[in-house]
Design a binder for this molecule. Sequence first.
Ligand code: ARG
Length: 451
Amino acid sequence: MSKNYLKYTMSYDYEQRLAKYDIKGSLAHSLMLSKQQIISTEEMRKIHEGLNQVLNEIENDTFKWNPELEDIHMNIEFRLTEIIGNIGSKLHTGRSRNDQISLIMRMYVKDLNIDTIYKLINLIKCLIKLSEKHFSFILPGYTHLQRAQPILLSHHLLAYAEMFLRDIDRFNDAFLRADFMPLGTGALAGLPYDLDRGFVAKELGFKNITSNSIDTVSDRDFLLDYSYASSVAMMHISRLSEEIVLWSSDEFGFSKLSKDFTTWSSIMPQKRNPDFAELARGKTGRVYGDLFRLFTILKGLPLAYNRDMQEDKEGFFDIADTINFTLDIFTDMLDTITFNKENMYKAVEESYVLATDIADYLVDKSIPFRNAHKIVSEMTDFCLNNNKFFHELTLLEYKQFSDKFEKDILDIDPAFSINKRNTIGGTSETQVRLNISNIKSRLKLIEKNIS
Ligand code: ARG
């Protein structure tokens, strides 16, 4: 094939991260072949020796990749026969590159899911640390990006911990679905040898074996599962990034990023830009794009294997690298963020976030909620017109809106409002402390199950 044409079909260059899995798979396959007396023990030993040498060369970067051999499978097998002679050609007995690529992608994806779960665990631990450290910080909670009700900063941060815990569930699920050993399928229809698929599965740490050979070589759902889980996790990171960008602005002034995580403007000397958060937000689009690239590659394929499927890799690797790098950077960035307690509290005080509490006060004095809502709405208009906040009103002024107001209305403050919201999952100190310990136990369980 002409060099130019070859460039179009070859994949050995971007597949190299799969090489060690290819060799591990071949070690298990050849062991099974000898156990089943399809090759001799001596042949298996030679193959193992040769494969270990190839692995060594790859790990030490002395392996000479030959583009003409197209992919990593052929490169490894060719080098094996160079080292041990023609016995190396027996390795591919009872195997096709179609089940081989499925095997090594599954092995890679299983490891990847675990890696990403560990990174998410670190991120959640960082959020817990921030929540505990800033437990007394109060800020306005927002709806429609309008100040709505006072909340604990910890409660806000732990909302993200919940999202990342759900992400762990999704990656765990993706792991379970990748955990099916495909070897023994051959090109598509199964193989005419007495292969022990269960043995290979055990050797390679797979819990199950696949059940339909045609589906096995056609299936890339396990890549989609990881890609989708990554897309959702990136969306969560992106939402947090957006808040960090907002909170770091002069308009909010709620948080400050450490110097390592801001960059300068080349023209405006005063700037400390939150580029890392912005890039994380931007890279989310990149991961979505890769997910849709994969969907699009797969959508029209007839059964079984089609070469289109080779195009699954670069986008998928990009997803893996992007999310894992982002999770590391993001955790480091959060680890060094500081929060401005005064500015947050000021935003609570210079707002009408206690309006619901005042309405609830009236409900407590047997005014129906709708009427109470109307009264406090009128009070808000009055305050807005007179440039006042609720806490600047006198009892006399309160009474002009309802004679149910008593002296204790003046006791309603942000801390009161927060601690009143004591329903399970609410923002009261009690509930948030419970939530922290609950998240800690969930993490412990995840860590126990993963190891
Ligand atoms: N490089 C191929 C891929 O990624 C490996 C399988 C090749 N199979 C084939 N029949 N050419 O899909």
